[in-house]
Design a protein around this ligand. Sequence first.
Ligand code: PMP
Length: 430
Amino acid sequence: MLNNSRSQVLFNQAKQYIPGGVNSPVRAFKAVGGDPLFIKRASGAYLYDEDDNGFIDFINSWGPMILGHGNELIEAAVTEAVKSSLSFGAPTKKEVDIAELITHMVPSIDKIRMVNSGTEATMSAIRVARGYTGRDKIIKFEGCYHGHGDSFLIAAGSGAITMGSPDSPGVTKGTAKDTLLAPFNDLDKVKDLVTANPDQIASIILEPVAGNMGCVLPEPGFLQGLRDVCDQQGIVLIFDEVMTGFRLAKGGAQELYGVMPDITTLGKIIGGGMPVGAYGGKEEIMNYVSPEGPVYQAGTLSGNPIAMAAGYTMLSYLNEHDEVYQQIERSTQKIVEGIKKNLELLGLNHTINQVGSMFSLFFSSERIVDFEHAKNCDTEKFGRYFKAMLDRGVYLAPSQFETLFVSSAIGEDEINKTVDSNYEVLKLLM
Ligand code: PMP
């Protein structure tokens, strides 16, 4: 058993001053019935907690740390940037550089606006889509998470599911009525909604690969089908690539699947670990954004020079090192193949979904193609799996409804240890 006494003390203290003791719900380990570990530092593939336990990190700050922790280039860029002041609230060369680089890496983006989080990116993207089309309604998919903007906290994934509030109190009925829902991968339902709401749908928004109900892949033809519906009906297609952007390929899921959205939302990797989000897309649509156009959106710290230094360095590195994507995919495949072999040896038929460096082991024998299937997983068993893996030094996402992320810092030792621990733990749980 893990010695987590320092974390316990800190958690008890934290609960006095911070709701639930954490600054983002899923960190509380509530979904797996445990108490969170307080992290002191991280290096490469490893996290270290306040009790000096080390863990192989499969969360990577929920995505951003694709190169692992303590990347020297990013640290050097941040240290250099700090010398010129932490913030100006005025335009900088770095913002031009990163915008140009992103439009090069993600060809569907002609113009881009930087914000401070994925939540801000999706909230703003929807506002622009509404301003551009003059329509109010949006279609989102059950189990997709787009941050905590009111319009999206309806059948939302991620922490919203695990805290039992996919439809959060505090979202007004007026707002909720403009968010229409479809099951992920259900093109017919989308078409029905569009037919039933003629000329009223501003946008269809989705995670092109869902990561917030566990990792769920688009079925063949689903993304292209949505593209076609949007083209026919003048609807703005938004790919929320906060997770998948710069992770599944330089150009994100849209590059991998060859389907281009009108607007892309970005976050996580784009900031190299600093708080950054962005939304960008076709010039004609982005020209609606203030001060060029009438749709208002602003931010005191948007384009912050330290965040831009980290983000630009991260993206430049990825842009120049295609081999990173091959490496992290290979590592992920080795882990997935190892787990599949374990399942076979133990006579278990759990489901694994994987694409690139994202994967989930579902405690279910069904194919997981949408939220309904994901919800049927044995979450109690997942909780026991999570804790036993943690005891063995493997830090997974503390919920069945989150994808795992593999970084380039994960090597053969970490792969072998993860697969071996998986075997021991699955055997224990049988
Ligand atoms: N969209 C997606 C697809 C996400 O995964 C997340 C966060 N996990 C968000 C939006 C919200 O981003 P943030 O937490 O930075 O507000």
